[in-house]
Design a protein around this ligand. Structure first.
Ligand SMILES: Cc1cc2nc3c(=O)[nH]c(=O)nc-3n(C[C@H](O)[C@H](O)[C@H](O)COP(=O)(O)O)c2cc1C
Length: 437
């Protein structure tokens, strides 16, 4: 079931006209009222519709027509149902989950609706350059492929297909600590810099080796993720895993995910995560508690790579980050899968921009699905915009070609928005181009 309001509306429109729904005797208006509060309510309502329509246990009978090739896609949402068809339901749950009732996923999307565009006319926009520079490297687009773990759970080529797409379209890619491809392989396939996303380990000796390895491999930057330090409660992931009839233990030694546990399932599964294996057994230096700013200082001292923090959402933390010498920030709530704040990242962005005062780059992520979303973030002061699920929909649907198509669609939409706003470079985009809706 699509979680995005636009896809949901399209799906509902399809369902409302479906002979199956009519045959079920369910009133489409009632159906419309029932849907839309949370992923959990959506799933329950769909299950009801399926039972009434006589298609138990499968969404197939009620699916809208799917695109057959990346070229058929009109927007990134077109990839979602194709990916859902291809990806096993437990893995789909891992992709789709937020925390608690998934409300922050919806909040991230709704945040963009609070801003409207102020288009400008009669400016020569025949040539437009949407490129940005990050730490000396020029990219033709501000759209960043954010770290997403375990990509071979979505397509057999996983991060390798994504790195190929990043190379073909020249986008910045950030590789997760829990990727199913090593940082060395990702950089080799990308044929250019890939940033490394860091999940710290309870043993500093191991964390330090991971950082040094990323640096040796040629990563110019690491993004230390700070939004899961308190854990997260991912109910949709657990619920969907329970619906999967396959034997999880065949691949995951720890079995299916457990309630109340975020990301990691079981340490024994690290053998499937190349960035977590192959380190020397040095005398352990165990962390005391969870990381604080002291850890950030240590991280900075341990590497000459740029160090970014991923998951900052307040002006206070942004200012502290600059004080501690951090080189950049991701305004992020982990795509609504960290704390269930119900606050959109686009709403958090202005206070982070104020805290940073232009001193370091800011990447904003969370719910970016349209070129207009990217434009609004840049207008509010972001340097670039990160995407997670949309490119995984492309990957799950059509592998590398799907990822490339998602990037091309978002880039085209963004450049059209730039032109409609009378801006020909990213530097020209500012607050005067948007207004509260
Ligand atoms: C399935 C999945 C796995 C993710 N894995 C990681 C990860 O390993 N490290 C990390 O810092 N962020 C991770 N994220 C968060 C993304 O980097 C990003 O913040 C988020 O997906 C952006 O929101 P969006 O999915 O709405 O575009 C993950 C997100 C998803 C959906």
């Amino acid at each position: 079931m699509p979680t995005d309001p636009a896809s949901r509306r399209r799906f509902l429109a399809f369902l409302a006209g479906s002979p199956l729904l009519a045959a079920s005797g369910l009133d489409p208006a009632l159906f419309d009222t029932l849907l839309g509060t949370s992923t959990r309510a959506d799933t329950a309502t769909l299950d009801l519709a399926e039972r009434l329509a006589g298609a138990p246990g499968t969404h197939t009978a009620l699916q809208p027509p799917l695109i057959a090739s990346p070229a058929d896609a009109l927007d990134v949402f077109d990839f979602e149902p194709v990916a859902q068809r291809n990806i096993p339901i437990a893995h789909w749950g891992y992709l789709n989950t937020g925390s608690d009732d998934d409300a922050t996923i919806a909040a991230n999307r709704a945040g963009f609706d609070r801003w409207a565009l102020r288009p400008r006319r009669l400016v020569d926009v025949s040539r437009v350059d949407g490129g940005v520079t990050l730490y000396g490297t020029r990219y033709p687009s501000p759209i960043v492929l954010n770290p997403v773990g375990s990509q071979k759970a979505f397509h057999k080529e996983g991060e390798v297909a994504v790195a190929r797409a990043a190379r073909a379209r020249d986008h910045l890619m950030v590789l997760s600590t829990v990727a199913t491809t090593s940082i060395e392989d990702a950089i080799a396939v990308r044929g250019g810099p890939v940033w490394f996303q860091l999940y710290h380990q309870s043993d500093w000796s191991l964390t330090k080796q991971m950082v040094q390895r990323a640096e040796r491999a040629g990563a110019p930057a690491i993004a230390f993720t700070v939004d899961l330090l308190g854990g997260s409660n991912r109910e949709t992931m657990v619920r969907e895993a329970r619906r999967d009839t396959r034997d999880c233990i065949k691949c995951h030694l720890g079995g299916p995910p457990l309630p109340g546990v975020s990301g990691r399932v079981d340490d024994r599964d690290n053998r499937r995560k190349p960035n977590l294996v192959g380190y020397r057994a040095l005398p352990p230096q165990l962390e005391q508690g969870t990381p604080t700013w002291e850890f950030v200082d240590r991280l900075k001292q341990s590497t000459s790579m740029k160090v970014l923090l991923k998951g900052i959402v307040t002006g206070e933390d942004a200012a502290l980050a600059v004080e501690h010498g951090v080189d950049g920030l991701f305004v992020s709530n982990h795509g609504g899968r960290a704390e269930n704040s119900r606050r959109a990242t686009i709403t958090s962005l202005p206070e982070v921009v104020a805290g940073v005062q232009g001193r370091i780059p800011i990447i904003c992520d969370g719910g970016f699905r349209r070129g207009t979303d990217v434009f609004k973030a840049l207008a509010l002061g972001a340097t670039a915009a990160g995407i997670g699920r949309p490119y995984i929909w492309g990957l799950g649907a059509f592998g590398q070609d799907g990822v490339e198509a998602v990037l091309a669609l978002l880039r085209r939409e963004f450049e059209v928005t730039m032109k409609q706003s009378g801006t020909t470079t990213v530097a020209q985009i500012g607050m005067r181009h948007i207004t509260p809706a």
